[in-house]
Design a binder for this molecule. Structure first.
Ligand code: ZN
Length: 369
């Protein structure tokens, strides 16, 4: 990790002070905001000095000059802690060579977003963008959720997208599958999608396959070489395809993100090496559910808004994994209920020992010498 040489407080995290000297930094947002007790004003001065015009050593020196009671070690320690806090960027950090000038113009808002959410020390927003550009994602299923996910990933600059679906465009798809138009009715979805994504972002390499994926081998083939699987296959195959994804992605050592909707309830699952799989989460939910008939979890009801939220959310989780900005390790289900704004979904259960995808019974991954 690069050392921060010319520190500046990230503009998105600008600090302010309360009457008792307490500093609030990182805004008001849970996940980035923090408060620092600073009755003597040491931290406040250090933050003011971190404006990108001086080296980190000069900040420590100036602190000592203003506060002679600070030892060199204390002053340097305080500056070091701030440099590691995630609130400081290095104004002289070069833009990664993968990103051209055109990229920097196109993705400037992405940069600002990642600068804000990437709290690892010494990281710039451009590093996240470079990671996206080098990323490869398989999108399986390009209907309601998948067409939005594919659009969002292409628009954000994920370098290589592999889109897989066997369907053709039907008139009833047009209520929610934004890449398709009336002119596309009867065309294979992947063909129309590839054309649309190219028009959105010609810098992204889009490959497509028109095929049905319903076996382990077929899934292993379509994810070969990918960093993440975005699983957006339709409802009727939902449960089974999730089991396939657990197994095949565990064997390939890559994470997967899946999404679904049950009427107004939209959920997104994020799974990956080291965390509990979808099957273990489902088993945990089953165990705590009231005994009785199986609940109805699916259904064909979907509108543009629910499909769009689901697909865009899948895309976000995929980008979060590729860039490494995710704070929560994989192995959870999150979501919301459009009918009840105060219901947020969050589910996590431990791996079952007997699980072949994520538990201790996991089948060994084949290795090549
Ligand atoms: Zn499992």
């Amino acid at each position: 990790m690069r050392k921060v040489e010319y520190p500046r407080v990230k503009p998105d995290h600008a600090p302010y002070r309360f009457d008792d000297g307490t500093i609030r930094i990182g805004g008001e947002l849970y996940g980035t905001a923090a408060e620092i007790k600073d009755a003597r004003g040491y931290v406040w001065l250090a933050l003011q000095l971190m404006d990108g015009t001086r080296a980190a050593g000069a900040v420590a020196e100036e602190l000592r000059r203003t506060f002679p009671e600070l030892s060199p070690a204390a002053s340097e320690g305080l500056v070091g802690q701030l440099l590691d806090s995630g609130y400081i960027e290095d104004v002289r950090q070069p833009v990664p060579e993968e990103l051209t000038r055109d990229d920097q113009e196109r993705y400037s808002r992405n940069h600002d977003f990642f600068r804000r959410v990437d709290m690892r020390p010494g990281r710039s927003g451009w590093q996240a963008q470079a990671a996206l550009k080098c990323g490869r994602v398989t999108v399986l299923g390009v209907g309601g959720a998948g067409s939005h996910a594919a659009w969002a990933l292409a628009a954000a600059g994920v370098g290589r997208l592999h889109c897989v679906d066997h369907d053709v465009v039907e008139v009833s798809n047009l209520t929610r599958q934004t890449p398709y138009t009336e002119d596309d009715i009867g065309r294979p979805k992947v063909e129309a999608l590839a054309q649309r994504l190219h028009a959105v972002n010609s810098g992204v390499s889009v490959t497509v396959e028109r095929r049905k994926v319903d076996t382990e081998d077929a899934l292993a083939e379509v994810i070969a070489g990918s960093d993440v699987l975005a699983l957006c296959a339709d409802e009727s195959r939902g449960e089974y395809i999730n089991t396939l994804a657990d197994r095949v992605c565990a064997a390939a050592g890559i994470p997967w993100v899946g999404g679904g909707y049950s009427g107004p309830k939209i959920t997104i699952g994020v799974y990956g090496p080291g965390g509990p799989c979808d099957g273990c989460l489902a088993a945990g939910e089953e165990a705590r559910r009231r005994q009785g008939p199986d609940p109805v979890i699916g259904g064909p009801g979907v509108i543009s808004a629910s499909a769009g939220i689901c697909g865009n959310w899948i895309a976000y989780e995929v980008m979060s994994l590729i860039t490494g900005v995710a704070k929560q390790p994989p192995g959870y289900l999150r979501g919301l209920n459009l009918m009840a704004p105060d219901q947020l979904v969050y589910v996590r259960h431990p791996s079952r020992d007997s699980c072949e995808a994520c538990g201790t019974a996991r089948r060994p991954v084949a290795t090549v010498d």
